[in-house]
Ligand binder design. Structure first.
Ligand SMILES: CC(C)(COP(=O)(O)OP(=O)(O)OC[C@H]1O[C@@H](n2cnc3c(N)ncnc32)[C@H](O)[C@@H]1OP(=O)(O)O)[C@@H](O)C(=O)NCCC(=O)NCCS
Length: 472
């Protein structure tokens, strides 16, 4: 009797929870709490066999289930809408935007540990979340910060490799060169050469990934100091966390800039698997190339103007508006400028549109909220706000743009510019540092789950023509 009463009480509680989304959310967060006392590697070690079994079951029970049709449009149109990748760390909803292991950006801002109460999430916490699906405690995040700091030293030959390039080389070229030089230390390559068994691939991948994530801020900062400042290295400050240290090594110590960098590194880290940089990293790693080789390849994709370089293009474009029309530009003048841009050789309005998203990017929204809190009067922020009103109707008028709304890159530049990081040509490097967290987290799971070599089928136009003729 007591048993039945408690079962009925439990089911009442369950239905009450289901009716009250905030309680439901709290329960979900409670379930997502990381078990205290466990470090990141032990937690992963515990999870991997369960997840391997889960994948095995999925394959054996549902391996032949169809996920959709492939059309000629998809083959010609960059595989848009074609489901073809397994990516565990995050999932992108066209309307809602990104969820990191199920958590939206506002939820991450609420539940991930911060440097101070109510502050922006620490990127180390996001790394933990991406890798394990669990929300770490502040102590766990602090110990991961220390772990990363202990891995952050840079061999001298990395600086020498960068120095071999002219200082005028694009910062992304210099950054990727530095990452390639770091590859010399790859644990995965050493272990593979020694004949490590497949079941252990994830272990040196984990070491390489954490080393890489730990080292990229120092390499990136060196590129910044070399190209735009006096070339002197600012050493790590051991009292600071990952995001704050990155800002410090670049030469920016304003506490608000430290908060911005924490937010920046958190939100740029991962955007599911099909975007150019994530997909490239995953593809290259599928050949068992180590994390350094894979991540350097990903960076080369990020350096394209339709992807990561858009953040550079946005600030340069905004500054060109100010140069030509002044800061107090009217709405009509701004409309004319946008049309002029579209009719010029440039063709796209940078910072607007997306391959998957169909609403305003929540990464844009959280940066806008940061600006409203910390720099509401900044003239460039006000111009960004005006663009938010002016650009979407114009893009809709073009009649072909699927998403007229702003993406992450439409906002980041003016925030950095406000705190003194004004050199737009450097911005994609910041994006790259953050991407190391998402791409490497998934690479660890790629090896843990034994994911296959990527090898989709390609066809010629003639093949398509013949296929379509016969299909009629
Ligand atoms: C992100 C982007 C590459 C997505 O491309 P996509 O998936 O092909 O987008 P769509 O399906 O909406 O593209 C359809 C058409 O609209 C155009 N379009 C898309 N976004 C546009 C923009 N911001 N300005 C002008 N035209 C745009 C495309 O170039 C394409 O034109 P085409 O048929 O003449 O080649 C695209 O929106 C873009 O170039 N945006 C500007 C660059 C940018 O901000 N990149 C960062 C993304 S996070």
């Amino acid at each position: 009797m007591v048993f039945f009463r408690s079962v009925s009480a439990l089911s009442k509680l369950r239905s009450r929870i289901a009716q009250q989304p905030h309680i439901n959310t709290s329960v979900r967060w409670l379930q997502m709490q990381s078990s205290t006392g466990q470090d990141l590697r032990s937690q992963l070690e515990e999870m991997i066999p369960e997840q391997q079994e889960r994948l095995k079951k999925l394959k054996s029970e549902h391996g032949k289930v169809q996920l959709g049709n492939i059309t000629v449009d998809m083959v010609i149109g960059g595989m848009r809408g074609m489901t073809g990748l397994l990516w565990e760390t995050s999932l992108l909803d066209p309307d809602e935007g990104i969820r990191f292991r199920g958590l939206s950006i506002p939820e991450c801002q609420k539940v991930l540990p911060a440097a101070k109460p109510g502050g922006e999430p620490l990127p180390e916490g996001l790394l933990w979340l991406l890798l394990t699906g669990k929300v770490p405690s502040k102590e766990q995040v602090d110990s991961l910060s220390n772990d990363l700091q202990n891995r952050a030293s840079i061999p001298d030959y990395v600086y020498k490799a960068i120095n071999a390039l002219p200082v005028t080389a694009h910062p992304m070229t210099q950054f990727t060169t530095g990452v390639m030089a770091l590859q010399v230390q790859s644990e995965f390559q050493k272990a593979y050469d020694k004949g490590i068994s497949k079941s252990k691939y994830w272990e040196p991948t984990y070491e390489d990934s954490l080393n890489l994530i730990a080292k990229v801020p120092a390499v990136a900062s060196y590129v910044y100091r070399r190209v735009f400042k006096d070339g002197k290295i600012i050493p790590v400050d051991e009292s600071l966390d990952y995001g704050a240290n990155f800002s410090h090594m670049l030469g920016f110590d304003d506490p608000k800039m430290l908060e911005l960098m924490r937010l920046y590194v958190t939100i740029h880290s991962d955007h599911e698997g099909g975007n150019v940089s994530a997909h490239t990293g995953h593809l290259v790693a599928s050949a068992l190339s180590d994390p350094y080789l894979s991540f350097a390849a990903a960076l080369n994709g990020l350096a394209g103007p339709l992807h990561g370089l858009a953040n550079q293009e946005v600030l340069l474009w905004i500054k060109s508006i100010v140069d030509e029309c002044g800061e107090n530009i009217t709405t009509e003048q701004l409309k004319d400028y946008v049309w002029k841009t579209l009719k010029s050789g440039k063709q796209v309005v940078p910072g607007f549109g997306h391959g998957v998203l169909r609403k305003t990017d929540p990464r844009y929204t959280c940066q806008r909220e940061f600006a409203l809190k910390h720099l509401p009067e900044d003239p460039l922020f006000q111009l960004v706000s005006k663009l938010y009103e002016v650009v979407p109707p114009i893009l809709l008028e073009l009649g072909k743009v699927k998403n007229p709304w702003p993406n992450v890159d439409a906002h980041s530049g003016v925030l950095l510019n406000y705190f003194g990081l004004t050199e737009a040509r450097y911005f994609t490097v910041l994006f790259g540092v953050s991407r190391s967290i998402g791409i490497c987290s998934q690479l660890i799971w790629d090896r843990a789950l034994g994911l296959a070599l990527e090898r989709p089928k390609s066809v010629t136009m003639e093949w398509l023509e013949n296929y379509c003729k016969n299909a009629k």
